[in-house]
Design a protein around this ligand. Structure first.
Ligand code: F6R
Length: 358
């Protein structure tokens, strides 16, 4: 069942080149004209989700605002349900849920629907409650995810959200065909780039060994990679039980920088995109306080070594696609730290794969 892997989580991490490519194919071949007609007229989009799916939503916001020019608000489903949200007939609520059964997400969507919003779900499980209860349904094409920690479904959610944003953009005319085509073409190269990162398993395991005894971790990122910092921290805490926090790198100086000393590993998601110089100076601030910097950087970036104790290199891609790559080494790092610590990564304590209670 585990196809030669020790754990489902490891198997699912390594399946990502295929699940990403299946999601590109699956999503592209199931366009719903009526849904895109609705989105052309949408004035406000709320994305609601929990946990890892919420982090996918945060990345999705960048893409939808950039390509589809619809204002997007992302909220935790458990919060959204009980706030005085503003809904009219031009409001769309998109719920993201791997299982399609998460109670918080389901009930928040049902409430919004009652108030007159159109609802859409993005799920991995065909026939799940969410898929039946919303007006429209979009899918990720991953096959079942067994490990409690979401991995392959997260990258597939990213792919679906990107394609969703591109499709709306094209329909609305806020994205031209040349740009659409260029991004789509680059996306098709992502599975082989993920493959290259997966080949670094031994290197990442060594790194995990070096840092496994830390009691706290900080994860930093900016812009579209900021949600990846949040996701890296969530993965680490849920399976290794090490305290970890994710922060937008620019926010660090407003508080969390006080935590940094020589015992604090700081994972910096710093690909060579248009925010590189910004995060580079944030990393210098960490280094000046003797934090131990582990950078996720773009191949060929030698300069990052000046401010890093460790560098995990990922292949180059276009700015917009980096989150799909940068999250991979963070999943691998958490996996190795947790297994080296002897934790049960597929069944972490206190957690269930599907949370059907509020
Ligand atoms: C984290 C994790 C959880 C889920 C969350 C939402 O690895 O798995 O945080 O992401 O419980 O689950 P779904 O996506 O099924 O609604």
């Amino acid at each position: 069942e585990k196809a030669g892997y020790k754990h489902f989580m490891q198997k699912e991490i390594h399946e990502q080149p295929r699940t990403i490519s299946d999601t590109i194919t699956g999503f592209s071949s199931s366009k719903n004209k009526e849904l895109y007609n609705l989105l052309k007229k949408t004035e406000r989009l709320y994305i609601i989700a929990c946990g890892t799916s919420y982090h996918a939503g945060l990345v999705g916001k960048f893409w939808i605002e950039k390509y589809a020019r619809i204002p997007v608000e992302v909220d935790y489903a458990s919060e959204y349900r009980y706030r005085d949200r503003i809904i009219n007939d031009r409001t769309v609520v998109l719920g993201i849920s791997q299982s399609g059964e998460t109670a918080d997400t389901r009930f928040a969507l049902l409430d919004a629907k009652k108030e007159g919003a159109k609802t859409v779900s993005l799920v991995n499980v065909v026939g799940s409650s969410l898929s039946r209860e919303t007006d429209f349904v979009l899918y990720t094409y991953c096959g079942p995810e067994i490990g409690v920690a979401a991995t392959k479904t997260f990258t597939a959610q990213l792919v679906s959200l990107l394609l969703f944003a591109l499709e709306i953009g094209l329909e609305k005319g806020t994205l031209n065909f040349t740009d659409y085509d260029f991004i789509h073409h680059q996306l098709l190269h992502i599975p082989s780039r993920v493959e290259k990162i997966l080949e670094k398993d031994g290197e990442i395991k060594e790194l995990a060994h070096k840092y496994m005894n830390a009691t706290d971790f900080l994860f930093l990122g900016r812009n579209i990679n900021y949600p990846i910092a949040l996701e890296g921290a969530l993965k680490l805490k849920e399976i290794s039980y090490i305290h970890a926090e994710g922060y937008p790198a620019g926010e660090m100086k407003h508080g969390p920088i006080a935590l940094i000393d020589e015992k604090m590993p700081v994972v910096c998601v710093s690909p060579k995109d248009r925010f590189y110089e910004k995060i580079f100076s944030n990393i210098q601030e960490v280094k000046a306080r003797k934090g131990q910097v582990i950078s996720v950087a773009t191949e060929g970036d030698e300069r990052i070594k000046q401010v890093s104790d460790e560098v995990i290199y990922i292949p180059k891609t276009i700015d917009t696609l980096y989150p799909i790559l940068t999250v991979i080494p963070l999943q691998m790092l958490s996996y190795h730290i947790a297994t080296l610590l002897g934790k049960d990564v597929d069944q972490p304590r206190n957690l269930a794969k599907t949370v059907t209670v509020e």
